[in-house]
Design a protein around this ligand. Structure first.
Ligand code: F6P
Length: 546
């Protein structure tokens, strides 16, 4: 069935009219004044997450239209298609079934008519056995010593999920192991990560869906050389110090990693949706199999909520629809994710890939141009640090930047008044962004007239607040699944394929051409543009090449 253009959907025109009708200033002040119950009503709660979107620039009518929009683009049917294992990643002809990775006993998820949950369980079981052997010291390195450091080598989804989850769940991690993460092909990343490490007590987890990614394979080869140099070149050491996480058994074997040391996953798991697959091996090594199950449970709870909750109370659907409202109708080009939780310090970086690699698209599923701006630029840093850096621009700059504030009522590290101060700052920021400070209010404080414009805050910067009691593995799972499904919801409205990433290909191909031009001992014939040619010559000259 041909898809109806967004502009022809009644809900879309209704939303465009709502946008035009927004007051030029003081909109949130008026909305809160006219509706004192707004802050209690424009909230939704599920899986331990309290989602307050009352400080978004919308009213009940906008919300109703957003839900109607979701119905008119058939969000429900598209969710069901994903959960059913349909090949919704149409450009790669793949199912998109990360929800199967967190299935419960008795659940069934099928790809091509075959239930995949037994395979998921089998891998989880092998990961658990392996993790316990490393954690309790039964797995010995070459030379008979127990493993003390785990180094995950991967990039993109094979790095950002593991490092984000490790940082997020550090307080649940064993103290018997140290964890490091290497991703960049810049040799500094590897060198600094292994600085001071003892090779015979180090385990490398080489994580790569394809096992062909240049950065990861280069780092993995350097790791092997580093190990072998310490083991007198004895290649049998590799089996004790390298495990692989991949979908590509052939490449894993070709690299020299024993297939018995490989933990597999499947082409229906996208890289940026893979942190709860075997790509989470480093996470399981850190927090143990039971906590890892709790993490999966949190994902699953949000999956079920997304699948079953009415759209007007459905956290991921609401979050996704609000992002569409801000991005496509209100002209906001970026969104900030601001965790007031030090453990979530890598969460914005994780969300950058999840959102921008998924929805950074300019064509619809059928190849025609999109009808409106799509995926926002996602960025952020933990509060309160950001307050002393870029918040100035959010408060008084010329861009309107919607913000997501994330915070826990209780700290995992209670320390005097720290948590109350942290939360006071989080709440104060969302309040200041929403309501600002008028010129009259500034003047009434006795501010000299010439300073009034400098001290005025326009307000009307939309934000949502996601609050939870304390950061647990289950809460982290629910939080990640909330954003995964929000990104999916946005993609459905924009009618784009959120599961491919062709945009990363061109640069890879060009780098492959340039590499020999940088390395060749003889002066190469350069046929790039004049800028690239000059840069290549300059680099060669600085590296003492002709
Ligand atoms: O950046 C492109 C990409 O394919 C990501 O989607 C993926 O997460 C990353 O590279 C790493 O890929 P792999 O896990 O195959 O090494």
């Amino acid at each position: 069935m041909a898809k109806m253009p967004l502009r022809d959907l009644p809900a879309w025109s209704g939303l465009a009219a709502k946008r035009r009708g927004l007051p030029a200033a003081q909109a949130l002040r008026s909305m809160f004044a006219a509706d004192p119950g707004r802050g209690d009503r424009l909230v939704a709660e599920a899986c331990g997450l309290y989602f307050d979107y009352s400080k978004q620039l919308l009213d009940d009518d906008t919300l109703r239209l957003l839900v109607e929009l979701a119905e008119q683009v058939d969000l429900r049917r598209r969710i069901e298609a994903m959960f059913r294992g349909d090949r919704i990643n149409s450009t790669e002809d793949r199912a998109v079934l990360h929800v199967a990775l967190r299935s419960a006993p008795g659940d069934s998820f099928e790809v091509d008519g075959r239930d995949v949950t037994a395979g998921v369980e089998e891998v989880l079981g092998r990961m658990a056995v392996f993790s316990e052997r490393i954690r309790d010291g039964r797995w010995l390195g070459h030379g008979g010593k127990r493993i003390r450091t785990v180094v995950n080598i991967g990039i993109g989804g094979s790095d950002l999920g593991p490092v984000m989850a490790y940082e997020a769940l550090r307080s649940y991690a064993t103290h018997d192991l140290d964890f490091r993460f290497v991703s960049n092909v810049d040799g500094t990343d590897f060198s600094e990560a292994v600085a001071g490490l003892e090779p015979t007590t180090t385990l490398f987890v080489v994580s790569s869906k394809t096992f062909t990614t240049q950065e990861t394979m280069t780092n993995a080869r350097s790791a092997r050389e580093w190990l072998l140099a310490a083991c007198g070149g004895d290649a049998s050491a590799v089996a004790r110090h390298f495990v692989a996480v991949s979908t590509n058994a052939m490449e894993v074997a070709a690299f020299g990693i024993d297939p018995a040391n490989m933990f597999g996953f499947w082409d229906w798991v996208g890289g940026r949706y893979s942190m709860d697959s075997a790509i989470g091996l480093s996470t399981m090594l850190a927090i143990g199999p039971e906590r890892f199950r709790e993490l999966l449970g949190g994902f699953r709870a949000m999956d079920r909520h997304f699948l079953t909750a009415p759209l007007e109370r459905n956290l991921p659907a609401l979050h996704g629809l609000i992002t569409v409202w801000n991005t496509s109708l209100c002209g906001c080009e970026t969104m900030a994710v601001l965790p007031y939780e030090q453990y979530l310090k890598r969460f914005p970086a994780y969300l950058q890939q999840l959102s921008m690699e998924s929805n950074g698209k300019r064509v619809q599923i059928d190849g025609t141009l999109v009808e409106c701006p799509t995926g926002p630029v996602v960025w952020g840093e933990p509060g309160t640090n950001g307050q002393h850096s870029f918040y100035q621009l959010i408060h008084q700059g010329t861009h309107r930047i919607p913000c997501d504030f994330l915070g826990a009522a209780q700290s995992l590290n209670p320390l005097g008044r720290h948590q109350a101060m942290l939360l006071a700052n989080m709440l104060a920021q969302s309040e200041a962004l929403a309501f600002g400070k008028t010129a009259e209010e500034v003047a009434a404080e006795g501010t000299p007239a010439r300073l009034v414009p400098h001290r005025e805050f326009p307000g009307d910067i939309p934000s949502s607040t996601i609050l939870y009691d304390r950061l647990t593995p289950a809460i982290l799972g629910s939080l990640v699944a909330l954003y995964e499904h929000s990104v999916f919801t946005q993609g459905v409205v924009w009618n784009i394929n959120s599961f491919d990433q062709w945009g990363v290909e061109l640069g890879k191909v060009l780098a492959g051409r340039i590499l020999p031009e940088l390395e060749s001992p003889a002066s190469p014939d350069l046929h790039h543009d004049s800028s690239t040619n000059a840069l290549i010559r300059r680099i060669r000259s600085a590296r003492h090449l002709p």
